[in-house]
Design a protein around this ligand. Structure first.
Ligand SMILES: C[S@@+](CC[C@H](N)C(=O)[O-])C[C@H]1O[C@@H](n2cnc3c(N)ncnc32)[C@H](O)[C@@H]1O
Length: 432
């Protein structure tokens, strides 16, 4: 078997080595390690491989505590301790900014990190019923496969949700068409745990009773989805209120529908919002825009700190929710909201927002290239806080802000929103 010395980690958490001049991306290998590996994909310029044996181990290697590590596709970095994961993500961010944008932040912000386990308040659990294999499987997909991993617990889910997995398997097995329900979504908000069952056939009255009984026995709320998102309905308890999450630093409580976007890790989100506000420094008398505002996660803290805020978002349902959240928290007089497709932003549409002192931008993975291109090179907002879930698009957009629009990259840092995965959340400050 070939042997490699690992030089670094790539953005997917794989060890990177060069063997005879060819890059090899090795799952399960860490920087500084010497490993024996087997390739499962060979291309002319690179190979992808699994580590078979670690011949010299990194001091940051830990025994993965989860029994499903290696099979389950949910977490791929459990063999690296948490501080090593944070450092690796920091490096991915700095590399992206340098290689894509030729930028070095003036300051690296201290990483934001929280609990390593039990953090995942939202999840999509796959469901498979295979009578020949002994019944139902409920869990995450296996690595590189559409099979569902065999699991009875999951340590990144909140403990009370993890403990439901065996009961959910039994429930699926008892349903009259167990092979016609492919997915259960989980959304935890405050004291409420919502399970959303995707079902492909109408549910029989007995099945609905089973679901109601399960909800009462386990203290959860069932929603059902038979077809597209418009078919999502509350089943039981019929009077259940919406889940919500709190931002205690700002005295806020944000309501959400289970299908609406919320940050997955509430502990890290609280720190991220606090960091964003510390950088943005909203003040009375300022007019600030929160672009890609969702249900108001950053908009309402900006308003709470005294500024007037304009929240823009592509989803009409989320804009309505943000308006309701502004009312719910008594902030409606300082907030305005509008629906707009920000991927189609132009100089004219951005000018129509009116004069803005500062911006907060929190786009999806695709980034905000149309928006940053539409900003004026002269004048315009003097400060931009950019929250990103993709270092590559952050770097691409940062290049425009710095090289074309006259901003300085004052600082950047990461938030370990998804410990044990390679997913990277980051925050950057641009100022004129
Ligand atoms: C990463 S989420 C951030 C939401 C919010 N800032 C938060 O922290 O909860 C990105 C948001 O961008 C919205 N979005 C996606 N594509 C969009 C587009 N083309 N125009 C405007 N908003 C869009 C999504 O609906 C989502 O709410």
């Amino acid at each position: 078997m070939p042997i490699a010395q690992i030089e670094s980690l790539d953005h997917e958490g794989r060890g990177v080595a060069h063997v005879d001049g060819k890059a090899v991306f090795i799952e399960g290998a860490l920087p500084g390690e010497v490993v024996e590996y087997a390739s499962y994909r060979r291309k002319p310029s690179y190979e992808k491989a699994h580590a078979l044996r670690v011949l010299r181990a990194s001091s940051q290697r830990v025994a993965p505590p989860c029994p499903h590590f290696g099979t389950c596709g949910g977490c791929s970095m459990q063999h690296l301790n948490l501080s090593g994961q944070t450092a690796a993500k920091q490096r991915v961010l700095e590399d992206a900014l340098w290689h894509i944008a030729r930028l070095k932040p003036e300051q690296i912000f201290p990483p934001i990190a929280g609990a390593g386990w039990g953090y995942r308040l939202r999840a999509r659990l796959s469901v498979r019923y295979v009578a020949s294999k002994g019944g139902a499987l409920v869990g995450f997909r296996e690595k590189h496969s559409s099979y569902v991993a065999v699991m009875d617990s999951c340590a990144v889910l909140p403990p009370h949700v993890s403990a439901l997995i065996p009961a959910l398997k039994t429930l699926v097995e008892e349903m009259s068409q167990p092979d016609r329900m492919p997915q259960i979504e989980v959304a935890v908000g405050g004291a409420r745990t919502v399970l959303l069952l995707r079902h492909l056939e109408a549910l029989a009255p007995d099945d609905l009773d089973r679901l109601r009984h399960f909800a009462d026995a386990h203290g959860i709320i069932w929603y059902l989805q038979s077809k597209g998102p418009e078919t999502v309905t509350l089943l039981h308890p019929a009077t259940a209120a919406l889940p919500s999450y709190e931002l205690p630093d700002f005295g806020l409580d944000l309501l959400f529908h289970p299908t609406e976007f919320t940050q997955v890790n509430n502990g890290v989100n609280r720190m991220l919002v606090r960091r964003a506000m510390a950088l943005l420094k909203p003040q009375a008398g300022e007019r600030i825009a929160d672009l890609f505002c969702g249900l108001g996660n950053f908009t309402l803290p900006i308003a709470r700190l005294g500024a007037h805020v304009l929240g823009i978002e592509g989803s009409a349902a989320l804009v309505k929710r943000a308006q309701e959240n502004a009312m719910h928290n008594g902030l409606q007089t300082r907030c305005e909201f509008a629906v707009a497709n920000l991927f189609e932003a132009t100089g004219e549409s951005v000018a129509a927002f009116g004069t803005l002192d500062k911006l907060l931008i929190d786009p999806p993975r695709e980034g905000a290239i149309a928006l940053v291109n539409a900003l004026p090179a002269e004048g315009g907002p003097r400060c931009i806080v950019y929250v990103s879930c993709s270092p590559a698009t952050l770097a691409r957009d940062a290049a425009v802000l710095v090289h074309e629009k006259g901003y300085r990259l004052r600082g950047a840092g990461i938030a370990n929103m998804f410990p044990h995965t390679s997913h990277l959340e980051s925050i950057a400050l641009f100022e004129k």
